[in-house]
Design a protein around this ligand. Structure first.
Ligand SMILES: [Zn+2]
Length: 156
């Protein structure tokens, strides 16, 4: 069954859709490189092959194979103060939140807590037909699959 387009709300889960990157023929890893800090960009500038490393998901305990580039971003670059700041463009800031959290789906409300920007503005930016950096609503059937996880408490 093909799901029809439903207008996203403040409670719709979004994520980075890797299929979008493949459909567009854009190289996700080249793009990923541009979000690394300058030290890591230096280190990975001649980086061609996919290097996979084991990543243990802290919330589920599952071991997943992740890309070495993405791993560096999570353990190094995303922890630096200027990874996302008030000057970071909205679409870049949202994309970087998903890179940093391992692409765990988030709603505009949750993103607004991460970014300290209004949820309505976030929804207007990523909730339309224009897709930025592959950020799209999570399809219904996938939402059900990940909703076993407990939502993050509001008072964080
Ligand atoms: Zn780095």
């Amino acid at each position: 069954m093909k799901s029809r387009w439903v207008r996203p709300t403040l409670n719709t889960k979004f994520h980075i859709d890797r299929d979008w990157w493949e459909e567009k023929g854009r190289n996700f890893r080249v793009h990923l490189l541009s979000h690394l800090c300058s030290e890591c960009q230096q280190r990975y500038q001649d980086y061609q092959e996919t290097e996979l490393i084991d990543w243990i998901d802290a919330s589920t305990g599952e071991v997943a194979q992740v890309d070495g580039l993405w791993h560096s971003l999570r353990v190094c670059c995303s922890l630096k103060p200027d990874y996302v700041n008030e000057l970071t463009p909205m679409t870049t800031a949202i994309f970087r939140v998903f890179l940093a959290n391992g692409n765990e789906p988030l709603t505009p409300i949750e993103l607004s807590q991460e970014l300290n920007r209004p949820a309505e503005t976030i929804l207007r930016t990523i909730g339309g037909f224009q897709v930025y950096h592959g950020i799209k609503p999570v399809p219904e059937e996938e939402v059900r699959r990940v909703s076993r996880r407990k939502p993050v408490a509001d008072e964080e």
